[in-house]
Ligand binder design. Sequence first.
Ligand SMILES: NC(=O)c1ccc[n+]([C@@H]2O[C@H](COP(=O)([O-])OP(=O)(O)OC[C@H]3O[C@@H](n4cnc5c(N)ncnc54)[C@H](O)[C@@H]3O)[C@@H](O)[C@H]2O)c1
Length: 327
Amino acid sequence: VLCVDGGISYEQRKNLQTAFQVLSPYVYEVSGGELVKTRGEKEALEDWFLSMHLGADTTVVGVGGGATLDLVAFFAATYGRGVPLLLIPSTTLAMADASFGGKCGVNVNGVKNIVGTIYHPTSILVNVELLLSLPRHRMASGLVEVAKHALLDSLAFVHDLLSSWEDCCNGNLECLEWLISKSICVKAKFCTQLKEDRHFLNLGHTVGHALEKLEGPTLAHGTAVAIGLLVEGIVGQRRGIVSQEVVDIITEVVKLVVPNPPLTRIWGLEAWKSALQHDKKKESGKPHVVWLHAIGDPHTVNGIGRIPLDESEVEYAYDLLKSFAVC
Ligand SMILES: NC(=O)c1ccc[n+]([C@@H]2O[C@H](COP(=O)([O-])OP(=O)(O)OC[C@H]3O[C@@H](n4cnc5c(N)ncnc54)[C@H](O)[C@@H]3O)[C@@H](O)[C@H]2O)c1
């Protein structure tokens, strides 16, 4: 069964149907975007599979952006106690990040990915030609996760990304293919190392997820993470851990992806603290972040890369966010 994101063009969808020889009753359309990541959408998929008498031997082929793939993979993980899954990402973000690593799930009451599991697809097929129908701002916001991988990897990767940013946003397939492959390799490295190392992939995401909780689905994931990278970086610089070079590079990425203030308003300190409380990585009531001493050099304490923020740092982060708000 093809479970296809509604953002995919008619032409692309027909090509996929032909390639997989899928007859039209076995195509399920997911509307696409963050709003599909709900328990209700998963239930609707389950009901449809049951109504089509599809059993545990059915292969699910998820095609779409990160949100659709998170939903479809979570469905595949639990339907019939797990059915074979193949993923075909169709956004920069899904190709460079979301389709790899096995994480999947849905949001509940605006809390990101709070119900989910780890379920690995049998195969992931990446074809950058699917990106040609993607709007420019989506292309750019997806590159933020590439930037996160570059920051965790090396200065050379960061330079390659910044110098080809414009070409990628203009749909240069060669550049996109190269950067996406590199990004996948970095993610694979962190996913296959010690469990503790996987937490480094959370760089920028504690603040990013809190912003998504406050702003709702209109704020693109990549934009939220870009602000998260910068705010977390500046807070870490104040603690004397994050270097000026790291902050400068993140500032450059933010300028490329966040041209106008993307936050609709500034919500109040209590709302900010409450949004941070939903951080899945929080321990003893404190949100945790990842900091880099330098590019490719994450900070650790006793081998652990998740650093708790104290009360004054949470408030400082809130003050920093004001420059991203319209009013
Ligand atoms: N599982 C993971 O490891 C992981 C990692 C990073 C991000 N994510 C998740 O990924 C999601 C963000 O993914 P995203 O940035 O791909 O956004 P998205 O999935 O919300 O898609 C954005 C929009 O693009 C449309 N679209 C999809 N493919 C298209 C195409 N080829 N042409 C035109 N439009 C297309 C979609 O219909 C949607 O409207 C978030 O929910 C985030 O939490 C998951």
